[in-house]
Design a protein. Structure first.
Length: 182
């Protein structure tokens, strides 16, 4: 039996797909649709999701400033470290090498600044790197049993580091201005 170039299966393509079965065609069509999901949409969802996770955690460590878009709770004021945050770092988190007073302040600050940067897409790759570092510290020293959650965070943050923030971001706007000569 002679095979022509047009009727031969491509490398990696199953015989069922080559045979043109209805299931194979539907699977191929679905994959084609999935491949059309724009990076900008994926990156925006990733940025928003990770920003929400870290922002909400940061909100538990401060008093005087409450911004919760989901519940609609807003209290504008100068943020300060809450007593419960310090207690948390003294009694539960117990990070090595860093005194609890400094660790609590660093975490509360990072959990507010980095999500804002990530959300607007400014210094996205480096913000994601810093959040990945925080995730690793949490995984290794605070909640080692939460590897499924932290693995999910790591995957999203690695995606943002590798692919960037997408076109709906300040990073993209700045890059387009730089390369257009403005």
């Amino acid at each position: 039996m002679k095979t022509t170039a047009t009727s031969a299966a491509r490398p990696g393509q199953s015989k069922a797909a080559h045979a043109g079965s209805p299931l194979a065609r539907r699977v191929s069509e679905a994959i084609g649709l999935f491949e059309r999901i724009p990076n900008t949409l994926i990156a925006f969802v990733a940025r928003f999701s990770m920003a929400a996770v870290f922002w909400n955690s940061g909100q538990t460590k401060v008093q005087g400033l409450v911004i919760n878009l989901v519940s609609g709770e807003f209290q504008l004021g100068w943020p300060s470290l809450s007593d419960s945050a310090l207690t948390l770092f003294q009694d539960e988190y117990k990070l090595p090498f860093i005194p609890p007073e400094i660790a609590a302040l660093m975490a509360a600050t990072a959990e507010h600044v980095l999500p804002l940067l990530l959300l607007i897409g400014l210094c996205t790759r480096f913000s994601a790197l810093a959040m990945l570092g925080m995730t690793l510290v949490i995984q290794l020293f605070v909640y080692p049993g939460a590897y499924a959650t932290h693995g999910s965070w790591a995957a999203v943050l690695l995606y943002l580091m590798a692919r960037g923030p997408g076109s709906l971001s300040v990073d993209h706007w700045l890059a387009s201005r730089r390369f257009s000569g403005r």
